[in-house]
Every structure is written in structure tokens, then in C-alpha cells.
Design a binder for this molecule. Structure first.
Ligand SMILES: [Fe+2]
Length: 291
């Protein structure tokens, strides 16, 4: 069972909430599609079968365009682990993949599950699910008028950015460790520090490989524009404390990135941080703990 394009008619009254500056704000058909696709995520029950969404030709076209263009750029800018993960996962490039099939393939490769959600998930819920090796993913796609831009995480970001990384077992373990760390970060301050480290690594991390800077962060890997610009960012050496205390602006290209010496080093250092993180560790790291 799935949501079909004809649902557009049935739900054309639906006005999916979008901010006034969203590219799809004044497109009623797009907002109806967003509402219909969100409904599939809303009906999903944890661990249950994942219903298909019957994407429109327009939506498939956006996926085709973006995945072809990003695929070319990944050869130049993505880290080896990403390219290997993408090769193993072999996502369709001509149509939007179903989360059902992405979930099956990722799970076979690394034991991680992909589950649909209607829209953005509260921070603690999203991170907490990672502890159970579940990545909660949106299913809608960006507006066709600006195929290379999205103001919010869409299926391009979730699947091209995150799922291809999650196909790698070492990375999947890292996401699980991150989830467990988030559960131990009980204070808001500790969660904020954790979120910033997550941002500067699993979302916007870069790594040196054979003398070149390559991306392993999903935010870079899924951004058509930013993936070409990140080598111009101000590079800082790996430093968890600085990552966890640096503010970022999600609406612009990241001006500061932290570079890991190698992929293996990143997995080790980040895994060690996540594994030992809790409220006390946070206090020690920011210097407010008892001595
Ligand atoms: Fe993300």
C-alpha cells in the first residue's frame, strides 16, 4: 500500500505548514504532496513494514538530476568509505528510492535500520533512536524549482548523505555510539555540546586522504553547492572541545570545518568520545566540573 500521485486530488485541501521563505510555499500541489507523504510517515509503526510512496515523475526527476550531479562530485570530494558504502548500497539513480528498499539494503550491510518519519523529529528522539541502530528519515523531496537547494533535510540528504555512510559497519557503530552518548547527556548543556560535535563530524566532517581533503559528513555529501566549496573553509585541527563549544549557522555554508588526520583516526577518536560521554564528562570538558 502506498500514497499515489492521485492522492494529490484527494488531499488538495491540505496546506502543509511551510515557512514563508520556503521554495514550495506558494505551490499548493507541492504542499499537498508534502502532506500526503508525511501521512505515510505518520502511519508508520516502529519496526513494522515500511509502506511505499508512489513518487511523481517530477519528484523522480529531481532525484535523478541531483543524484547524477552529486555522484560525479563524490568522485572528487567524497572520502573512500563513502564511495565504498555507496558502491555496496547501489541506490537507484533514476527514481526516488523507497525507504523500504534502503532499509533492507543498509540492514543487510551494517545492521542499521532506516525508518520513515512525517517530518523533523525532536532532537532527543532523533539521536535516541540511533542507540537502537535506527535512523529516522524523512521521505519528501525538495521543491523542483531549486533542485540543488533545500532549507531542511529531505530524502536526498537522508539517503545520499547518511544512508551511504551507514552502509559502512564501522560508521554504523559510530552512529550507535552517538545515540548512546545522547541518552547519557541528560542536561540540555551536555546535549548541546554533543549536538555540536555531531554537527562538525557526522554532518560536516572532513578528512585528509592521500593529501586531499575529502568529506565524510552527510551535510556536505548531500549538498550540491557546498561540496565544491568546503575546501575553501577555514580548516581547524581535530579538537572535540572546540567543536562542542562552537556555534554554527545552518542557513549558510560552514565557514569553519574540523579536519581529521585519517578516516581510521576519526572513527577511533569520535568513538572514544561518544563511548565516554555523559553529563560529568561534559562538565570536565568545558571546565565546570569539580576538581
Ligand atoms: Fe543530517
Amino acid at each position: 500500500m502506498g500514497i499515489t500521485p492521485s492522492t494529490r486530488t484527494a488531499t488538495s485541501q491540505a496546506r502543509f505548514e511551510l515557512p514563508g521563505d520556503h521554495p514550495g510555499f506558494s505551490d499548493d500541489a507541492y504542499r499537498a504532496r508534502r502532506a500526503a507523504i508525511a501521512e505515510v510517515g505518520r502511519r508508520h509503526r516502529r519496526g513494522g513494514p515500511i509502506a511505499d510512496v508512489e513518487y511523481t515523475a517530477e519528484e523522480d526527476g529531481v532525484w535523478r538530476l541531483v543524484s547524477h550531479e552529486l555522484g560525479r562530485k563524490h568522485q572528487v570530494y567524497a572520502c573512500e568509505a563513502y564511495l565504498a558504502g555507496a558502491a555496496a548500497l547501489t541506490l537507484p539513480t533514476e527514481r526516488v528510492p523507497q525507504l523500504r528498499e534502503v532499509d533492507e539494503r543498509v540492514h543487510a550491510l551494517s545492521g542499521f535500520h532506516i525508518e520513515p518519519v512525517p517530518g523533523l523529529v525532536p532532537t532527543r528522539e532523533f539521536y535516541g533512536s540511533l542507540a537502537e541502530r535506527v535512523f529516522r528519515s524523512t521521505q519528501y523531496i525538495r521543491h523542483h524549482s531549486v533542485p540543488f537547494y533545500t532549507p531542511e533535510p529531505d530524502i536526498v540528504h537522508e539517503i545520499i548523505g547518511h544512508a551511504n555512510m551507514l552502509a559502512n559497519p564501522a560508521v554504523a557503530d559510530l552512529y550507535e555510539l552517538a545515540g548512546r552518548a545522547s541518552l547519557r547527556a541528560e542536561s540540555d548543556a551536555a546535549l548541546d555540546f554533543f549536538s555540536k560535535v555531531f554537527w562538525f563530524t557526522l554532518e560536516f566532517g572532513v578528512v585528509w586522504e592521500r593529501g586531499e581533503l575529502r568529506a565524510y559528513g552527510a551535510g556536505l555529501l548531500s549538498s550540491y553547492g557546498e561540496i565544491e566549496e568546503f575546501r575553501d573553509a577555514e580548516l581547524r585541527p581535530w579538537d572535540i572541545r572546540r567543536m562542542g563549544t562552537l556555534d554554527y549557522d545552518i542557513t549558510r555554508y560552514q565557514p569553519v570545518l574540523f579536519a581529521a588526520e585519517s578516516f581510521e583516526r576519526m572513527v577511533d577518536d569520535l568513538g572514544t568520545f561518544f563511548a565516554g560521554y555523559d553529563d560529568d564528562d561534559h562538565a570536565r570538558r568545558v571546565g565546570t566540573g569539580r576538581r
